[in-house]
Write a protein that binds this ligand. Structure first.
Ligand code: C5P
Length: 235
């Protein structure tokens, strides 16, 4: 499993050239990088090999959700790419989560990748969950219950809002990782995020990894912005 407590830079860029151009600014400390669906599906698995070969750790954010056998085999291939962290939807169930772990172990070239679950997407509202997905009850309880399933299946943690990190830790224990986006400074643009936290507050609440995109990628000086976030988060 990867080292705990770090800043993950969300490389939400359209293509490889823009991503590499951005990453080349970081000459001394190579940040942990998140690659999402846009870049992965646009550029293919080589984008992972390329960034990895430049010395970055990689969180591949593809949120797998399929039958256990398919997820196991897909995870085996993602592990072969050398990803350090990846994720799936806890809604796929315990058998799928256990199969995913098995796949990651089978394909691991060194240490097994950290496996993280998505509980409920932040785009899912209480009303949508109840009326459209037909999942009853309070969304907070569903998040806690899915997190507990992920833990029982052997996963390492969940993606959640920094404001939920304390609840997840209370439900699943301090060792269960919380990976939290929604990081902003009061002096910065909020963009489309609604409930935000500063890096220092995320650390206080119990986030293990913060995922930071635009406050770093859109900054005038991304290296300085990254340094500020890192210092404030790690203390
Ligand atoms: O630019 P920004 O800091 O808002 O980027 C946050 C990153 O975290 C984006 O890649 C976004 O897709 C991701 N994310 C999120 N909220 C979630 C899950 C993932 O913002 N609930």
């Amino acid at each position: 499993m990867s080292q705990h407590k770090d800043v993950i830079v969300a490389c939400d860029f359209a293509d490889k050239a823009t991503t590499i151009n951005f990453l080349e600014k970081f000459t001394t400390h190579k940040p942990f990088v998140k690659i999402g669906m846009e870049l992965f599906y646009g550029e293919g698995p080589d984008i992972v090999r390329e960034i990895k070969s430049r010395g970055h750790k990689i969180f591949l954010d593809l949120k797998l959700h399929d039958i256990p056998n398919t997820v196991q085999r897909a995870m085996r291939n993602l592990a072969r790419l050398g990803v350090d962290m990846t994720n799936l939807h806890a809604a796929g169930g315990s058998a799928m989560m256990q199969a995913a772990l098995q796949g990651l172990e089978e394909g691991a070239t060194g240490q097994r990748a950290t496996l993280i679950a998505v509980t409920q997407l932040t785009s899912t509202s209480q009303e949508m969950m109840n009326k459209e997905l037909l999942i009853g009850g309070n969304i907070q309880n569903v998040v806690e219950s899915y997190a507990a399933n992920a833990k029982a299946s052997g996963l390492n943690g969940v993606v959640c809002s920094p404001l939920e990190a304390g609840l997840v830790k209370a439900a699943c224990g301090a060792g269960f990782l919380t990976i939290t986006p929604g990081i902003r400074y009061p002096d910065g643009e909020i963009g489309d995020q609604s409930r935000v936290t500063t890096p220092a507050d995320a650390a206080k609440i119990g986030s293990d990894y913060i995922v930071v995109g635009r406050p770093i990628t859109a900054a005038e000086d991304p290296v300085a912005a990254y340094g500020r976030v890192l210092k404030d988060f790690l203390g």
